[in-house]
Design a protein around this ligand. Sequence first.
Ligand code: ADP
Ligand code: ZN
Length: 528
Amino acid sequence: PSALPTADRALNVLQRVWGYPAFRGVQGEIIEQVVEGGNALVLMPTGGGKSLCYQLPSLLRQGVGVVVSPLIALMKDQVDTLRQNGVRAAYLNSTLTAPEARAVEDALQRGELDLLYVAPERLLLPRTLDLLGSAPVALFAIDEAHCVSQWGHDFRPEYQQLGVLPQRFPHIPRVALTATADDRTRADMKSVLHLHDAPEFISSFDRPNIQYRVMLKSSPKTQLVEFIREEHGAGSAGGDAGIVYCLSRKSVEDTAKWLQAQGIAAVAYHAGLSPRERSHAQERFLNEEGLIVVATVAFGMGIDKPNVRFVAHLDLPKSMEGYYQETGRAGRDGLPSTAWMVYGLSDVVNVRRMLAQSDAPEDVKRVESAKLDALLTYCETAACRRQTLLSYFGETLREPCGNCDTCLTPPQARDMTREAQMALSAVVRTGNRFGAAHITDVLLGKETERIVALGHHQLPTFGVGTAHDDRTWRSVLRQLVSLGYLAADDHYGLNATPKSRALLKGETRLQLREDALIAQTSTRKKEK
Ligand code: ADP
Ligand code: ZN
């Protein structure tokens, strides 16, 4: 069969081993490149089909394909699946006993493996490197390759040492794969893994079947139940499978209990559970119809359930990358799905504060803060969400998508410069230290005990904002924080940033969404 062109041999294997009729998108090109001994850099969104890009070439080339992955917990599943297809696969990581690891090493030495999954720290052991030096290696696949970069959200120091691979194995092809990489991360991947000359294979990040929606947080659990009941038919048999992300373990527990109390099948998942409880939850999610997992971000990496109909965020993710990756777990089967998120002022304040308090180096913090800004801009945008999201990943969508909340129900944007000035001056005149509730009271002219005690009822800004209700003022304040005109301290106290000066002086004007609240309910899908 080796007389056939590579593309034909690859297609044969695809059909014979995997039972798929054809390659998806750029898969075929990547596979050809690697089978013929070239390096490659692969950027493909989650669910795009990255695994085949190294699994299949490992079968076509002589020797074992070595897959470096940080996701130890998933190796067993991947290997089991491959074995079911008749592929001779194994893994080496810290979960194996010494005799088990020895058995794998023996199989490797006897040339009885097509694919070997290995954790980076294991690969880098002199013993493992020596072993691979004595066995023919088909290729190295570096999965989750963005982990090499400090700028990414998933930095793993061991990954930076993978630069030894091209030195020790100069003639073995290397393929680096990731679902998330901005320009900077991509540059890091190239330099650490010595892939400057490797062709880049990039597939679109657009997930047209996912409807993106962001709404203002009022009472999150009630909003969530309403969303699930009205759009994902839960409550009886036939509800949809979904994932609900929360920031803390406690809110995961609370939310799962709340859903259960509402008669909605839900299970909690977070890193505080025992490994047994976690894998039980994961198994239930994979096997049961219509189960909802309430989880921290610990859940989901590598979970391959095609019919997840919605991903809901009750708390703000840390970055656009995180948001994209988490929402990307919805609708892998290509059917209509929803990415639903609620967020509010306290989220913005919380995440900003977590960032400010982290002990990461200053330059890393600056990058993280810029990433957060991008996410907040996405939340507050009056433009198409998909356009905003894709442009962050360097992709241009020419027309608004027609399948996000802002497209379906365009929000009113209004010149709110005057209101912004009122809010900023209330913050400044009260001494740059009170929270949104107090500032709102001042603007609305409420003579609360606290206001009177502080003498704030005598300020010129007292009562200047009665043309709006308190929800509007909260929204204005939130947008001012999101956009960086106000900053929040440890106690949610707001202070005006230097950026606010131009606005106060009237040198810049400000368009704000009148309010996210009005529009949201009407974007729901019509009854099927
Ligand atoms: P990624 O690693 O990019 O998240 P996977 O490699 O896990 O994606 O693939 C996602 C899903 O798509 C898997 O269920 C896989 O079996 C399926 N898949 C991949 N390539 C093809 C193909 N050419 N034809 C049909 N299904 C495919
Ligand atoms: Zn849109």
